[in-house]
Design a protein around this ligand. Structure first.
Ligand code: SF4
Length: 352
């Protein structure tokens, strides 16, 4: 990346953060408000897996919130809970308000008829599996347009489907292909086109860049960002382990570890100065090849056997005896010894 491009992108990111901050300050209610969301899976032998614990965050109109963390930390379970797509052995607690509708207590009929596709557009984790294998992309787009919009008539549906494809940069000359005839990138764009059809106020993108090369990652997330910026009323919750994608388009970052959100921060502060304050968040950034390229030691704990205290303690070089109890979940950083906000460089001396 050239210095000028990098500077331009950082400026754009700062502008987005300010825009999201303004949206929050306008007093407009959040598009999505999650409080105390927990998910437990009940397994044979009275075992319980704490997949998500006490998640709380808002997503404001015009805002992109990126939920980041390693695979298996509970991000996608949280997304499934919001869409009412958890398996039968899952128990939920807390609330997730989309307007005045609590997604956690809404019935399947309500979710199927009024939420999925209409109020929440889903960009799925596995687009090839999400698409119907025996039907062309055109036919799936036309059916979705017919279901989610008032468009009727063969010619009108054809036009609307082609416009939907264009919004996601899906090439018109591939519309009559079946999913197995598409590359991973094109399947992703087809799934994105389907997710955008309903003009939903909340777009939920679950690992939307998996399997894409960097150029396609940038194009895909830019398209999602454009959807949010189009009228300032929509919001995007992007679940990803791709920190570069999050840095490119997010206004705020929520970091998840072992089922808990451990840090919520403005993206510009998180990726720039002063940087993340939770030791795990800092470790995630330090592991990037273009930063310290130093992996976090150890592995995450099993969600079915979490310790009583901080779940990151076994991997944390700031841990003390105090960390044997859970850090309070309130505030932007759930940690007994967060990295001081004023510090931009971590040294052994300042850590002591
Ligand atoms: S609470 Fe303690 S162990 Fe957990 S991240 Fe903070 S310093 Fe490390």
């Amino acid at each position: 990346m050239t210095e000028r491009t990098e500077r331009t992108e950082r400026t754009e990111r700062t502008e987005r953060t300010e825009r999201a901050g303004r949206a929050g300050r306008t007093g407009r209610p959040p598009v999505l408000s999650v409080r105390g969301l927990s998910v437990r899976f009940l397994l044979p032998g009275a075992r319980r897996v704490a997949a998500v614990t006490d998640a709380r965050f808002d997503v404001a109109p015009g805002e992109c919130l990126a939920l980041i963390g390693e695979s298996g930390c509970g991000k996608s379970v949280l997304a499934s809970a919001l869409l009412g797509l958890l398996p039968a052995n899952a128990q939920t607690a807390g609330s997730a308000l989309l307007g005045d509708l609590d997604l956690l207590t809404a019935g399947e009929r309500t979710l199927a008829r009024t939420v999925r596709g209409r109020r929440i557009g889903l960009v799925p984790q596995s687009p090839a599996a999400h698409l119907t294998p025996v039907r062309t992309v055109r036919s799936q787009l036309e059916e979705t347009v017919a279901q989610l919009t008032g468009v009727r008539g063969r010619a009108a549906l054809r036009d609307a489907a082609e416009r939907a494809a264009e919004r996601a940069a899906f090439p018109a000359d591939h519309l009559d292909r079946h999913p197995h005839e598409l590359s991973g990138g094109l399947a992703q764009r087809a799934a994105t086109a389907l997710a955008l059809v309903g003009d939903a106020p909340l777009l939920l993108a679950d690992e939307p860049t998996t399997g894409l090369d960097r150029d396609l990652v940038d194009r895909t997330v830019d398209e999602l960002r454009r959807h949010v910026d189009a009228d300032g009323d929509r919001a995007l919750l992007m679940i990803t382990h791709d920190l570069a994608a999050a840095e490119r388009i997010a206004d705020r970052i929520a970091v998840m570890y072992a089922g808990r959100i451990v840090e919520l921060a403005d993206a510009s502060a998180f990726f720039g100065a002063p940087g993340p304050r939770h030791p795990y968040s800092r470790g995630l950034l330090d592991a990037l090849p273009d930063r310290a390229f130093t992996p976090i030691p150890g592995t995450p704990p099993e969600l079915g056997a979490l310790p009583d205290g901080c779940a990151f303690a076994a991997r944390c070089d700031r841990a003390t005896d105090a960390c044997a109890t859970l850090p309070p979940p309130t505030g932007p950083v759930a940690c007994h010894h967060p990295v001081p906000a004023a510090r931009t460089l971590v040294t052994e001396e300042t850590r002591a």
